[in-house]
Design a protein around this ligand. Structure first.
Ligand code: SAH
Length: 287
């Protein structure tokens, strides 16, 4: 779609791109084709598309897939889509919030795991990733466009300066891969930052097993909420542990808590959370 074409369609319908909805439309057809190529779609694939916008990806996906459910929150864009893309029985447009749709039901209806795709509204990248990953049982992969900086954090390995809570969260549920970069000029309106397509290959069960998932994520969030502090100080404060409990935690986990969060791998965070779980239980019993 050319920039002028996008502008004209929007103007014709009296639409101003809404920042609040992360509306920024992809212009080059070649980039859209490349995204669809990277998604490894075949005639058996059922795709859920997040935020189709003016539909630059939708028909290209439909050409290869078995079906596409395109979920667009903006009622105006939804009606433009319905009007522009008619008579394609593979495509269903839904005027809903992607964060509120029931992916389990959709997958069960299609009797197959889903593939999720979309150029994400950047302001809600994290909630969208959560919605995708917490439904890991129903999804086999996601190919999404995010801000370059977020893509780097998602894929960062341990010891890297971009490694943090987001990397651990995503890597707990999936194997992420950085694909190609897209410059700001490729969008209307033009965003301030570069974008990057990433593929998350979602695991059928999480990368590691932990005793208490909530606690595991609490440990991660506490570790990165004060990046520069030693873990022992963070945990003392966060989990109300005394020196004795800290020492016990260090012995049991065989992890030096004078380290900082960015030096611990996913497995080590898992081990720490499991030991903390046990230390916690021991303390509860005593008191
Ligand atoms: N895929 C299109 C549009 C990307 S802009 C393109 O590449 O050109 C992001 C799109 O997501 C917009 O159409 C916006 O209206 C939509 N959107 C924003 N929040 C959403 C949500 N919670 N659920 C579904 N769609 C949403």
């Amino acid at each position: 779609m050319r920039r002028t074409v996008i502008k004209n369609i929007l103007e014709e319908h009296g639409i101003k791109p809404r920042k609040k909805l992360g509306q920024s439309f992809l212009i080059p057809e070649a980039v859209a084709r490349r995204i669809v190529d990277e998604a490894e779609i075949n005639s058996k694939t059922n795709v859920v598309e997040i935020g189709p916008g003016l539909g630059i990806l939708t028909e290209k996906i439909a050409r290869r897939a078995k079906s596409v459910m395109a979920v667009e929150i903006d009622p105006k864009l939804y009606s433009i889509l319905k009007e522009r893309i008619q008579d394609n029985e593979k495509i269903t447009f839904v005027n809903e919030d992607f964060l509120k749709i029931n992916l389990r039901e959709i997958s069960q209806e299609w009797r197959k795991k889903l593939k999720v795709m979309g150029n994400l509204p950047y302001n809600i990248t994290k909630p969208i990733l959560m919605q995708i990953l917490q439904n890991f049982k129903w999804i086999d992969s996601a190919v999404v466009m995010v801000q370059e900086e977020v893509a780097r954090r998602i894929c960062a390995p341990v010891h890297n300066k971009e490694f943090g809570a987001l990397s651990l969260f995503v890597q707990y549920y999936s194997t992420p891969k950085l694909l190609f970069r897209i410059p700001p000029e490729a969008f209307y309106p033009r965003p301030a930052v570069w974008s990057r397509v990433v593929r998350l290959t979602i695991r059928s069960s999480p990368t590691i097993q932990v005793k208490d998932e909530k606690l595991f994520f609490k440990v991660i969030h506490s570790a990165f909420s004060q990046r520069r502090k030693m873990l022992r100080n963070v945990f003392k404060h966060f989990f109300q542990l005394d020196e004795k409990a800290i020492l016990q935690l260090e012995t049991n986990s065989e992890i030096n808590l004078r380290n900082r969060g960015e030096t611990l791998s996913l497995e080590e965070f898992g081990r720490l959370a499991d030991c903390l779980f046990e230390v916690g239980l021991a303390y509860e019993k005593k008191n």
